[in-house]
Ligand binder design. Structure first.
Ligand code: SF4
Length: 471
């Protein structure tokens, strides 16, 4: 019998409280959705035709009559060995193995294609963009069949390894459906005690089946089509999309899945009240002005700790902590910032009362579980959404105010919604894989579980501490 997870639905006009009304298994419908335009190929294959002709003459002399050998070139991918013995290379198939140029340096040169590099920046690299495009096209976990070829450590999230030791924990099989793993996450307030005299804080909570929300696009990508697309995709995925209030109005995109971003003073004109609002200035002041769940957008800037504690004391329970697109804030990387925020709230006995949503620096599927392990309840994606929609960055894109993206001319809502559904399905499957290997039954238990992660810094200290030269 198929297992199912509880679904909480809000009745129309009702206060958005937890209310289980049935059981249904969460599923994302994927469908192949090809790119609107091909990405430039990664490598430029330059053939010196004069040198190749000399090679051809030499080989013809040496292997006269053995024409297969004469025309053969050292490239198993059919690039340099392509039609007419390499005179018309097919760079779109080149993987950059360099075998050709090692064997015939005089005849062929392989270079990185600058046009391909322009599809990413120093953080969201073209390689990550390629992976995202594959996920958005197929809705499946990318499998290359070449083993892991990346670094075993590095900056950012690469300093963390997830502990998926099967020896000490039974694995679960979430991705193939034999065992159920829940990705439901609570967004809202969870009072720490029950008050029977009616004065206590009421639990006000939304349950989302996915710990992945959509952050508002940068100003250069705030178009009507984009707003409708994000709202529609969030609705189909049963998650939430943050969008600026003027854009919501202009696009007619208001829906239960849309969280308008506005100032507290604008709340009075917001009718009917949505399920949740994101306040850009004075979130405590907004509490008395709306029935919606109030989320405070809090950039990781100097003073964020004090602002966080003050807003919690004033009654705010949902925070959207925002680093820049490269995951930087207050001089540090978001990994360290969220660990500090989580530890601060644990120390004050406040952590279970509040929800922390994180944005900035989440650029690959494995960053989601790592961010949750470090302390976020859920993440709100920014640049990966644009990459999935084939929006091309113009130069380095570090923050929402200055980032410039060029959206595809033929971008349309139907195509974009399916691309984001595919991306969400692929990322959810990878989250399930990680939780399955950890033996975890639900993503809520992953939050702040630092014991599920290994940190490069700690392991290096264990291995090399005390050795001269290591500090
Ligand atoms: S680098 Fe490798 S794949 Fe590319 S042309 Fe040379 S041999 Fe072929």
């Amino acid at each position: 019998m198929a297992m199912a997870e509880p679904r909480n639905e809000q009745l129309e006009g009702d206060v958005p409280t937890v209310q289980a009304v049935g059981y249904r298994r969460y599923h994302i419908d994927t469908a192949p959705t090809p790119d609107l335009a091909d990405l430039p190929h990664r490598f430029l294959v330059e053939v010196d035709r004069v040198e190749l002709l000399k090679l051809l003459v030499k080989e013809t002399w040496e292997y006269w009559g053995d024409w297969d050998v004469v025309a053969a070139r050292p490239c198993v991918y059919g690039v340099f060995s392509g039609p007419i013995g390499g005179f018309a290379p097919r760079p779109e198939h080149c993987v950059g193995c360099l075998r050709c140029t090692i064997q015939h340096p005089e005849a062929v040169t392989i270079r990185h294609n600058p046009e391909w590099k322009a599809w990413g920046d120093t953080y969201l690299s073209p390689k990550l963009v390629e992976t995202i495009l594959s996920e958005a096209t197929l809705g499946a976990v990318p499998v290359k069949g070449q083993g892991y070829r990346g670094r075993f450590g590095g900056p950012g999230w690469d300093r963390i390894w997830t502990d998926m030791s099967e020896i000490v924990r039974p694995t679960r099989d979430g991705i193939h459906g034999r065992e159920f793993i829940s990705t439901v996450v609570d967004i809202g307030s969870r009072p720490m005690h029950l008050a029977t005299n009616g004065d206590g804080e009421r639990p006000r909570c939304l349950q989302l089946p996915l710990p992945i929300l959509f952050d508002s696009p940068p100003e250069s990508a705030q178009t009507v089509v984009m707003a409708r697309l994000l709202a529609h995709a969030a609705e189909e995925l049963e998650t939430l999309a943050f969008l600026p209030l003027p854009l919501v109005r202009e696009a007619g995109a208001a829906s239960p899945a849309v969280v308008p971003q506005l100032r507290a003073s604008e709340l009075a004109a917001l009718q009917p009240a949505p399920r949740m609002v994101e306040i850009l200035d004075d979130a405590p002041a907004a509490l008395a002005l709306t029935d919606a769940i109030v989320c405070e957008r809090l950039p990781f800037e100097p003073g964020w700790r004090e602002a966080l504690l003050a807003s919690i004391a004033a009654g705010v329970r949902v925070f959207h902590l925002v680093a820049d697109y490269h995951g930087r804030g207050d001089g540090r990387f978001v990994r360290d910032l969220v660990m500090e925020a989580h530890a601060l709230l644990v120390e004050k006995g406040l952590r279970d009362m509040v929800t922390l949503i994180g944005s900035g620096g989440i650029a690959a599927a494995e960053h989601v579980p790592k961010a949750i392990i470090c302390g976020f309840d859920a993440v709100a994606l920014d640049t990966p959404l644009l990459a999935a929609l084939q929006a091309q960055p113009k130069g380095s894109v570090t923050d929402a105010a200055t980032a410039r993206f060029r959206l595809p001319e033929s971008l349309n809502v139907e195509w974009g919604v399916q691309r984001l559904k595919n991306l969400a399905a692929a990322w959810r499957d990878q989250l399930l894989e990680i939780m399955g290997a950890m033996g975890l039954r639900e993503v809520r238990r992953l939050r702040g579980e630092l014991g599920r992660a290994m940190f490069q810094r700690d392991l290096e200290r264990e291995a090399f501490g005390g050795i001269d030269g290591y500090d």
